[in-house]
Design a binder for this molecule. Structure first.
Ligand code: UDP
Length: 241
């Protein structure tokens, strides 16, 4: 099936993508490789907004499970996403891609605050905008941040780079017969609790008609393929194909 071609996209990467084969933190070689793929996409003419998670450094839920106050732990998670954003900005700029980081938690020594009109101007000038700190509130995730920024920046689609090649009807690591969807509706994702993004992010995409393309970012060259409407991926959208 050929997928529609998009012009302005929001690329969502989980923090774990930046770990490479490590168990924790930021692997600079991996960041450089992913940055190279993003730079090529920019070169190909896509307008790119980027949201990176923080799970490679800290997740609020993990802190809460060990007895921390959930909101406090979530703020730490949001700060982790800013570190990842700065690492990616560095890697992109080393490749000559002008990049601005806008954080939902203001920290004017290191990045801009989120200002939609300014972000729009950056994109017009060919810059790439990394949105950090999710929605800026605890009890959310960067998936919701991605859905929110995609809606306000009027992105044509969210591309969610993960370590699996799409959305399955069961966990492919546990169920051998699990089947990958080519397309699946937002409502099925929500009713069957399929692991794509958290429910609030999926609902926001559904209500604003923003398709989510789920693909494997660990496979070299895959970003270019899925952006071209080729390669293995699942598209989550309002109509089931
Ligand atoms: N977080 C938050 N509000 C947000 C975005 C993130 O509280 O709007 C916190 C939350 O604790 C989360 C952590 O930041 O666990 C890291 O983000 P996320 O889990 O989305 O990262 P990913 O799984 O994509 O690496």
């Amino acid at each position: 099936m050929t997928r529609p071609r998009f012009n302005r996209i929001l690329l969502k990467l989980s923090g774990e993508v930046l770990m490479g084969n490590s168990q924790f933190g930021i692997d600079t070689d991996t960041v450089a490789r992913v940055a190279g793929e993003i730079a090529a996409a920019r070169q190909a003419g896509f307008e790119i907004c980027l949201v990176i998670g923080g799970g490679n450094i800290f997740r609020g839920m993990a802190g809460a499970a060990k007895g921390m106050d959930r909101a406090q732990a979530d703020y730490m998670g949001m700060l982790a996403t800013v570190m990842n954003a700065l690492a990616m900005q560095n890697a992109l700029e080393q490749l000559g891609v002008q990049t601005r980081v806008q954080s939902a938690i203001e920290m004017d020594k290191v990045c801009e605050p989120v200002i939609r009109r300014r972000a729009e101007r950056h994109l017009e000038k060919g810059r790439l905008v990394i949105f950090a700190a999710g929605v800026g509130a605890p009890y959310f995730t960067t998936d919701s941040g991605a859905a929110l920024r995609a809606a306000e920046m009027k992105c044509d689609a969210i591309f969610k780079g993960t370590s699996v090649d799409g959305v399955y009807d069961a966990d492919p690591k546990k169920v051998k017969t699990a089947k990958r969807y080519e397309t699946v509706s937002f409502n099925r994702v929500l009713s069957d609790d399929l692991k794509v993004m958290d429910a609030s992010a999926v609902a926001l995409c559904r209500d604003n008609n923003i398709p989510i393309v789920v693909f494997n970012i660990r496979e070299q060259g895959n970003l270019a393929r899925v952006l071209a409407g080729e390669g293995v991926a699942t598209i989550v959208q309002n109509e089931e194909g």
